[in-house]
Design a protein around this ligand. Structure first.
Ligand code: NAD
Length: 296
């Protein structure tokens, strides 16, 4: 069995992890936590949504066995470590709670404030936000020293990077624990200071937005734009394909955070992007974005 270097499996049940939001990122984060031997409590707003997230995780773990990344016995153990809920109180036993809900400050702040009474003071709260200020989110809680940004990348089981983003108030011990958690699931942690969009989206989102402007202005069609960036710049995916994978609503929300926080018009979302979001053409998850994705 091939086991890639730096790919821990069922090392130990170090942590109980709460994951809030069972969507694209939440289910992926839960998947890698389970694969590394942690126990996970996955939460979303309805049983149907958590069940859908759990189904994707179980499918992903089966694929890990097919690809010889874990044994059947390890898969079975991982599945038994997964629990789902719609009640925040069930996250009370978690050591770390990782939030991966909608990219809106008010939604995230509401989640953390609602969690507070159920969690002992030592529980670390982490946000997977792509762009929202960690300092501001931390200030919305009673535990700013135990609050941190843990920015995973999509698809989580594949992408190596986690941006670890301390807020102004984050305690050094919280940073160490967050880096250690990211490392325990085989990721490379890069510490980044708390500025809107951190490094990743500060650089990536203007490129995606500019590609949408190129499409809107007729500089080339979607495939043409993506091919230029793939074949000419050696990018593994074109910016429009990548936007479809990320979700056009997520891209627009991130651009709005950059635009409003840095107060610079260069980050204004392209009107075509706004129009596509309004139409519900959100990318892969909606079956249509810059490209079409027939349901399998
Ligand atoms: N999509 C990406 O490529 C990507 C990459 C890195 C980070 N992120 C960030 O991850 C977060 C989630 O993005 P996503 O792409 O997974 O979105 P998504 O829409 O796929 O999933 C969000 C989930 O959060 C749930 N949710 C909303 N409000 C909730 C609440 N109050 N309590 C519990 N669950 C709630 C929704 O029901 C949904 O299932 C965002 O902050 C986003 O910026 C996204």
């Amino acid at each position: 069995m091939t086991q890639p270097e730096n790919y821990p499996i069922a090392k130990s049940q170090d942590h109980a992890i709460g994951v809030v939001g069972a969507g694209q990122m939440g289910h992926g984060i839960a998947h890698v936590m389970l694969r590394a031997g942690h126990a996970v409590m996955l939460l979303d707003t309805s049983q149907a949504l958590v069940d859908a997230g759990a189904k994707r995780i179980i499918k992903g773990l089966a694929r890990d066995v097919e690809k010889e990344r874990m044994t059947e016995e390890q898969r079975q153990q991982a599945v038994t470590r997964l629990k789902t809920t719609t009640a925040l109180a069930d996250l009370g036993a978690a050591d770390f709670i990782i939030e991966a809900v909608t990219e809106k400050f008010d939604v995230k702040a509401y989640v953390f404030r609602s969690l507070e009474p159920h969690c002992p003071p030592e529980t670390i709260f982490a946000s997977n936000t792509s762009s929202i200020s960690i300092t501001r989110l931390a200030a919305a809680t009673q535990r700013p020293g135990k609050f941190i940004g843990l920015h995973f990348f999509n698809p989580v089981p594949v992408m190596k990077l986690v941006e670890v983003v301390p807020g102004l108030q984050t305690a050094p011990e919280t940073v160490e624990k967050a880096i250690s958690l990211a490392t325990s699931v085989g990721k490379t942690a890069v510490r980044v200071n708390d500025f809107p969009g951190f490094v990743s989206n500060r650089v990536l989102m203007p490129m995606i937005n500019e590609a949408v402007f190129c499409l809107m202005e007729g500089v080339a069609d979607a495939a043409g734009i993506d091919n230029v960036m793939k074949l000419g710049m050696n990018h593994p995916m074109g910016p429009l394909e990548l936007a479809d994978l990320i979700g056009l609503d997520v891209c627009m929300d991130i651009l709005k955070v950059l635009y409003e926080s840095l107060r610079d018009p260069k980050y204004r979302p392209c009107p075509l992007l706004e129009k596509m979001v309004a139409a519900g053409w959100l990318g892969c998850k909606a079956g249509r974005g810059f490209y079409e994705y027939p349901k399998k």
